[in-house]
Design a binder for this molecule. Structure first.
Ligand code: SF4
Ligand code: SF4
Length: 169
């Protein structure tokens, strides 16, 4: 009898101890957790500060992807209709998120730092089609007050695919 009473008290003590501990869960989606610097979530396609797209359609990300998740189709830039510095831009850019294993190889392979795994975690779908993220979904908007792409530029001002300056004007 005494033994049973002691066990109950021990159990209650354990319960009471946990009442005063900080909860390990958060009330998502009202509250969101801070992620570590190294966290890899859904990708973004980046732009330069002048609004041009960093992606030059080279497909190195696609070649490096071990899950065959990226599809890139390149097209030619012209100075009248310019999307990115250099010869080509990504006309089509798609990532199949059902295939992606968030390894970051695409980010490592990219010569212009165009594709970056960010902190987006809301990746649930009702059908397979919705898991394919298109260029329009991945591309970040231009900075405030800056015209996006395509834009008309001074001839030969963006002949280099990888700009000498970080943000060429
Ligand atoms: S993170 Fe890895 S698996 Fe996902 S698209 Fe990039 S290279 Fe492919
Ligand atoms: S994201 Fe980078 S590696 Fe992929 S096609 Fe664009 S420039 Fe090339």
């Amino acid at each position: 009898m005494f033994k049973a009473g002691f066990a109950i008290l021990q159990g209650l003590a354990t319960t009471i101890k946990h009442v005063f501990e900080r909860p390990v869960t958060v009330e998502y989606p009202e509250k969101r957790k801070e992620f570590s610097e190294r966290f890899k979530g859904r990708h973004e396609l980046k732009r330069y500060d002048n609004g041009l797209e960093k992606c030059i359609g080279c497909s190195l990300c696609s070649a490096a992807c071990p899950a065959d998740a990226i599809w890139v189709e390149a097209a030619e830039n012209t100075d009248k209709e310019r999307y990115s510095p250099g010869e080509r831009y990504a006309k089509t850019y798609e990532i199949n998120m059902l295939r992606c294993i968030f390894c970051g190889y695409c980010e490592d392979a990219c010569p212009t730092e165009a594709i970056v795994l960010e902190k987006h975690i809301e990746l649930s779908y009702y059908d397979r089609e919705s898991a394919i993220f298109t260029k329009e979904m991945l591309l970040v908007p231009p900075p405030p007050g800056v015209w996006g792409t395509p834009k008309s530029v001074t001839p030969h001002s963006f002949d280099r695919a990888i700009p000498v300056m970080e943000n060429p004007e």
